[in-house]
Structures are given as structure tokens and as C-alpha cells.
Design a protein around this ligand. Structure first.
Ligand code: ADP
Length: 163
């Protein structure tokens, strides 16, 4: 049976930021349940391993039964189909996201025409926020706690050995 009231929100979440949370909250205005799918791509190098990335998400959303945290390897459309879900959620920050997201959405549709991709636009205060930039800031000794869940701020400081 196809679950039309559910969507999969895939990503690296390396680490989770308030931008991701913003997208999840917007998604829940439309869907009853969001499955946050944490990607393990053997070709990618992550700062936080899969267990750590999922652990952060589980900690942040532990009391919310509308959010399920899972991990997956392989083709996204296969994972989405296996779950009987037909919608993929992604976030669109700026024009720079558009080209790659457009390409991915069309390719996923080519592979599985029954799956639709829906884009949510975050609050403008998160429109310039990315996991990559956050990691660079903490690596260089800076911090942006207002853009992150407290656990992520703490883990980034631990990772780069700061009090
Ligand atoms: P990926 O490696 O798949 O891009 P990310 O964890 O970086 O994984 O992002 C997952 C999804 O969340 C993507 O659709 C990305 O555009 C979106 N996203 C990430 N950061 C933000 C943000 N600050 N605001 C809105 N969407 C975001």
C-alpha cells in the first residue's frame, strides 16, 4: 500500500543544523510523518560517522513520534519504494541549490516515475546555512550556536577539542 501521508527527507546530516530542522517542521505541516533518512555513501568522507549522525537526530527528535530516523545505503528511490512512500522532501536554500536538486529530482523521476520530489524553502535566517560551512567555522575556532541544536554545538567543540 502506498503511504501518501508520509515523506522521506534524505540527507547527510553531517551534522544536523537548524536549517534541516526548519525543513522537517515545514514538512510536518503537510505530511503526518517524516522519515529522516541518513545517507551512508562509501564515496564520501564525513566528520561524524553514521552512528553519530543518527544519534544526534535521535536525541533532538526523541519525543516526536511523527519523525522516524533511519539510515540507508544505495539508491534513494529503492529505499523510498521499499518503504511504500511516494514523496521525497528536500530543502532549497538559494539559487545555488537549484541546479543539483533539479537534476536529482528529474533523475529520480526517470528511475521511478511514481515518486515526486517536494521542495521546502527555509526561513531566510537559515538560507545561508550549510553543514559544510558550520564544520569549517568550528574547525577554524569559531562558533554559531544559534544555528545549531545544543548537542551539535557541543559535539563540534568536542571534536575540535575546545571547552
Ligand atoms: P546532502 O548531502 O544530501 O545535500 P545535507 O544534509 O547537506 O545532505 O542536506 C539535506 C537536504 O537538506 C538537502 O535538500 C539540502 O538542500 C537541505 N538543507 C541543508 N541545509 C539547509 C538549510 N540551511 N536550509 C534549507 N535546507 C537545507
Amino acid at each position: 500500500m502506498l503511504k501518501k501521508n508520509m515523506a522521506v527527507y534524505p540527507g547527510s546530516y553531517d551534522p544536523l543544523t537548524n536549517g534541516h530542522i526548519d525543513i522537517i517542521e515545514r514538512g510536518l505541516k503537510i505530511f503526518d510523518k517524516i522519515v529522516v533518512a541518513v545517507l551512508k555513501n562509501p564515496a564520501k568522507t564525513y566528520l561524524f560517522n553514521l552512528k553519530e549522525r543518527c544519534g544526534i537526530l535521535n536525541d533532538v527528535f526523541k519525543s516526536n513520534d511523527k519523525i522516524e530516523i533511519v539510515h540507508f545505503e544505495g539508491l534513494l528511490v529503492d529505499f523510498v519504494k521499499e518503504r511504500g512512500i511516494t514523496t521525497i522532501v528536500r530543502g532549497l536554500r538559494a539559487i545555488s541549490d537549484f541546479e543539483i536538486e533539479f537534476q536529482m529530482a528529474l533523475m529520480n523521476r526517470k528511475i521511478e516515475p511514481r515518486i515526486e520530489t517536494i521542495f521546502f524553502v527555509p526561513s531566510e535566517s537559515y538560507s545561508f546555512l550549510s553543514s559544510k560551512l558550520v564544520k569549517e567555522i568550528y574547525l577554524l575556532g569559531g562558533e554559531v550556536p544559534s544555528m545549531l541544536p545544543a548537542i551539535v554545538d557541543r559535539k563540534l567543540k568536542e571534536r575540535f577539542r575546545r571547552p
